[in-house]
Design a protein around this ligand. Structure first.
Ligand SMILES: [Zn+2]
Length: 417
């Protein structure tokens, strides 16, 4: 039975060269007293942009695990898949992030909505969730509206889940349902209703990724009201605990925080909520590792620094095209992007301090960081030229990848420091 541990981190490795450095961060966590399960995630969108196959993620993960003697479980995540994209992930992956965001708001059959509402009268009224500070209130109107908004999406998740189950076998993989790439955040009350529907649909999810309030931009800190986020996350955890008991969902069900890298200002709240509810989270990070590759190359100087500058110049020239697929999850101020001619004169330190996510540094430039975050297509086009420089500078890059994942992510979220 594939079971995800309490604490887990989704690590993206765009070019499949950093699995060892990433796993090293989980090994450091173990030494510090906490087991953090690595999950290598890569979406269909990333595979398409880079021109890679899911088998390359599996090969890199297996090799790292073998080389470093990792004894705990680990997984490969088919990130943000749906019925039309799942096929090529079936042989390599054992974790599936079933993305139903596109189906939210498409109405299910009226009879399905009516029967759901009729069967879930227990959801009506003021519910005191164990451990929660406030009660949640579900009116008949809210129950109806939420069923109408989400039931079709949950049915779609069921179809995708059953396709995976028929190929892999029951219990052989972990399933997650994600609804984060949509406009409106789901409230804890909506989450509870959605969980009841997912249980009815027979999907044994171990993680669920709602959209939280506030902005989760790629590669930069959280933008929003941290206090409100903290209250929402605590209620979400309470709703999950309630749903596990009431609807028989897997007992290890937990929240998955997408675009979870670099959200430094909410990490203390995440840690505190986990402690309060004796639960874990799945923290999904993706492009943060690719940025550490660029930082490592720039730090190496010489050809590495030259290539980092070339990647920036190309990304600058093609910014509209590179940003388009990520429009809802980036906030770049074009006026803050330095002209490539200026960057060309930068030293290693000037480049790395503009890019490295150190908010206390006056040189840190979030616009430049976000542009490079979505600029991995530029490196993908360079092909062997990029990869051979990664290999030539492996030591300095690996150090940056491990430190970033452990010091800036794993330690504050899972160890509370
Ligand atoms: Zn996501």
């Amino acid at each position: 039975m594939a079971t995800l541990g309490k604490y887990s981190v989704g690590v993206g490795d765009r070019f499949a060269h950093q699995a060892k450095a990433q796993l090293e961060a989980c090994i450091q966590a173990g030494k510090a007293g906490v087991d953090v399960i690595p999950v290598w995630n890569k979406s269909n969108r990333e595979h398409t942009i880079i021109g890679s196959e899911p088998s390359s993620v599996r090969a890199a993960a297996d090799a790292a695990v073998k080389e470093l003697g990792w004894k705990l479980p680990y997984f490969c995540d088919a990130d943000h898949i749906n019925l039309s994209t799942v096929e090529r992930f079936l042989s390599s992956c054992d974790f599936y992030t079933i993305d139903v965001a596109d189906y939210i708001g498409k109405p299910a059959e009226q009879s399905t909505i009516d029967s759901f509402v009729k069967h879930h009268a227990e959801l009506l009224g003021a519910i005191q969730l164990e451990g929660a500070a406030q009660r949640i209130e579900i009116t008949p109107e809210l129950l109806n509206r939420t069923a109408a908004k989400f039931l079709f999406a949950v049915q779609e998740a069921g179809k995708i889940y059953r396709r995976i189950e028929s190929a892999k076998g029951k219990g052989a993989f972990i399933s997650e349902v994600s609804m984060d790439e949509t406009d409106a955040a789901q409230t804890p009350a909506e989450l509870l209703i959605i969980l009841a529907a997912i249980a009815d649909e027979g999907i044994p999810i171990q993680t669920i990724a709602p959209k939280f309030s506030g902005r989760f931009n790629k590669g930069v800190d959280y933008v929003g009201n941290v206090g409100q986020f903290a209250r929402e996350m605590a209620l979400d955890m309470a709703a999950i605990r309630h749903a596990v008991a009431a609807y028989g969902l897997p007992s290890n069900l937990k929240l998955s925080v997408h675009s979870g890298s670099d959200k430094f200002s909410i990490y203390p709240a995440i840690h505190a909520s986990m402690k309060q509810f004796s639960t874990g989270v799945h923290l999904k990070t993706a492009g943060t590792t690719w940025l550490e590759e660029i930082i490592g190359l720039a730090e190496a100087g010489g050809d590495g620094l030259a290539l980092a500058k070339e990647i920036y110049a190309e990304a600058f020239a093609h910014s509209a095209e590179l940003c388009a697929p990520y429009a809802t999850v980036i906030d770049i101020d074009p006026a803050k992007l330095p002209p490539p001619a200026q960057v060309d004169k930068w030293s290693s330190t000037q480049f790395t301090s503009a890019l490295r996510h150190d908010q206390s540094s006056p040189a840190y430039n979030p616009s430049l960081r976000q542009l490079l975050h979505v600029g991995f297509k530029v490196a993908a086009k360079m092909g062997g030229r990029y990869l051979s420089l990664l290999e030539a500078n492996e030591a300095v890059i690996a150090k940056n990848v491990t430190e970033n994942l452990y010091d800036r992510h794993i330690a504050p979220v899972f160890l509370g420091r």
